[in-house]
Write a protein that binds this ligand. Sequence first.
Ligand code: ME8
Ligand code: MG
Length: 514
Amino acid sequence: MKKFYVTTAIDYVNAAPHIGHAYEKIAADVIARYYRMRGYDVFFLTGTDEHGSKVEKSALAAGKTPIAFCDEIAETFKQSWLNLGLSFDYFIRTTEERHAKVVQSLFTKLKEQGDIYKSTYEGLYCEGCEDFLRERDLDESGNCPNHKKPPRKIAEENYFFKLSKYKPLIKAWLEENPEAVRPDGRRKEVLNQLNDPELTDFSVSRSRKSLNWGIDIPGDHDQVIYVWMDALTNYITGAGYLTDDEHFQKYWPADLHLIGKDITKFHSIYWIAFLMAAGIPLPKQIYAHGFITVEGQKISKSLGNVIDPNKLVEEFGADAVRFFLMSGTSFDQDGDFSRHEFVRKVNAELANNLGNLLNRTLKLIENNLDGKIPDAKPEHDLREKANTLHAVFDSCMEKLEFAKAVEAIMAILDQTNKYINDEKPWTLFKEGKVKEASEVLYTSVEMLRRVAFQIYPFTPKLASDIWWQLGHDDNIEVLGDSDRPDGFFDMIPVGQKVRNTGPIFMRLEEAVKS
Ligand code: ME8
Ligand code: MG
């Protein structure tokens, strides 16, 4: 069976999740569900990044021990993802014991072969980035351009990783594999960074004098392992490296590391270098998505515009949130969440375009055909168009062009709505043209069956409800069984009784309920 291993970035637990974090995790879930449906054996990993100075400070500020603090916030993340209907196979925490063992073994291996050596680090460190900065990276006020805070000057004896040795190899890898880092603009950005002579060996440890909350370096209790080396390694720990060889062999290398654009360097340079040094096969693709703003502004605690995804789910349901975030903007670009646009789009596309079509089709079948799927075939042209749009849909999904994939679904719905309006089955019934009316309705349910299948990765609950109203007794998810990977092209059984239990999707109200 074909496999697909998809990962997300693991979130820092210094604060609760916001919709920017949710955005990435939903995208990973859409991918996981899509590939499962196509008959792949999918492994979907997500989790939390729990070490480092940022987390240590937040715990201190909350008056908690780091681990008690992490336990609490990690649980909030996990619960939020369950509320959004995410079907992750494993939720990894970097404070897991088995993870420390993997990180330590990687560190030791690289040290023994001379890729990690001791030296003195003197320079600037931004805690927000958990990254070392150079003078020329700073803005006019001497601040980190991302976090608007001055970096800290540190002078420590640290362990360094010999990135210089791997730079040419990473460059060759990027040149030979044009799909390895996407979108292509990000790949070019990484190639430019690799050409920068100042990108060189970097520190992979911190002195315990400045940071206590991290993984111990074997044989040197004065140092902890740099949080990025720790965090990146989660992708192999989660797959079973050193603990479950069979699982690791089956799923590694990852097919897709899904990350935000701000952490491209860590994945496309540092992670690849560590893997090369360790002799572990490289991931097939790193995809860096854009950022979500809220009402046009960067999400930030100080602006007070942090949206809790759980609140949105409570108010509007997981499907609406998932659908809007995935279809609102192109995945490689930055996108915006505004309450007005959210309500408008979801109502127009899910409540009207999809919901009304299903509702009126089932009503007509119920009132005129005893609620049974008529003995007819779908109208030729519409079926051909749907087949063509399905090919477009698949190619968009493979390229992570979610908004375009949803557009293809909406195009099928638009055409079916137009077709019904033109053919007027209600008039045909009145004129006694049952055969003609039946063909129209059969065509409509067949298009809806196909749409249920395509929209499933985005709105799993809604898709199952459509499936059920169309009269199916099995779960829509079984379509993905490996013996039925082409379920899309099946037909709806004649005589099947539909279940017209009312609107499938309730219109959203923009005003906050008081
Ligand atoms: O960077 N829109 O964690 P993190 C879209 N622990 N994506 C966003 C976003 C926004 N407004 N804000 C954040 C880290 N993200 C590390 C990752 S991986 C081995 C370690 C994305 O909590 C961000 O780009 O700062 C990243 O992919 C993820 O959320 C976690 O961010
Ligand atoms: Mg961040």
